[in-house]
Design a protein. Structure first.
Length: 181
């Protein structure tokens, strides 16, 4: 079992380092695995969003911020969330002031980067790898990349409760259906 840390649980890397006896599984930023003759490169996906949305912020700088925010508790965490939300509102207003053709919309740019031939330069993924990630909560399944989608209530119902199943090297994007019994 592998645990891929994301931007909201990034501090788990530090906890695993400090208390390895409590983690009977790998905790990493990425995992490369082979299944059914195919190579898969698993990441959370915040890395793509940083490149697509927060330029000129680098991935390592974003990871430092994520670790610090995850380490904060109670009041400090609420304060940090308030500050981040304030930043997002200001950033959103700035993006909306630009003409539609010049706005930086994260999701299409994330998908474009995930499918691009230069993704190896930014992510360390090789050209033989199928990139597996989430974060943007918008599911898709292409030959070279797959996005797990979302389990958030705020997202359009048609795009909710999706996950990835990999069997014998074949990747399927599936929708969880609640048992009606």
């Amino acid at each position: 079992m592998h645990y891929i840390v994301g931007n909201h649980d990034y501090y788990i890397l530090k906890l695993k380092e400090m208390y390895p006896q409590y983690y009977p599984f790998d905790v990493k930023k990425y995992v490369r695995l082979e299944e059914g003759g195919h190579k898969f490169y698993f990441i959370h996906g915040y890395q793509l969003a940083v490149i697509a949305k927060y330029e000129p912020l680098r991935i390592d700088e974003y990871e430092i911020i994520s670790e610090k925010l995850c380490a904060l508790e109670k009041y400090s965490g609420r304060l940090a969330s308030w500050m981040y939300n304030k930043y997002e509102r200001v950033a959103q207003r700035k993006r909306l002031r630009k003409p539609p053709g010049k706005r930086k919309d994260e999701s299409p740019n994330v998908k474009r980067l995930a499918l691009s031939e230069v993704r190896d330069l930014f992510l360390g993924v090789s050209e033989e790898d199928i990139l597996v990630f989430g974060h943007t909560h918008e599911p898709f399944n292409e030959d070279v990349a797959v996005n797990a989608g979302s389990w958030l209530k705020e997202v359009d119902v048609s795009d909710q409760n999706t996950y990835i199943e990999i069997k014998d090297g074949k990747v399927e994007l599936k929708r969880f259906k609640r048992d009606e019994t």
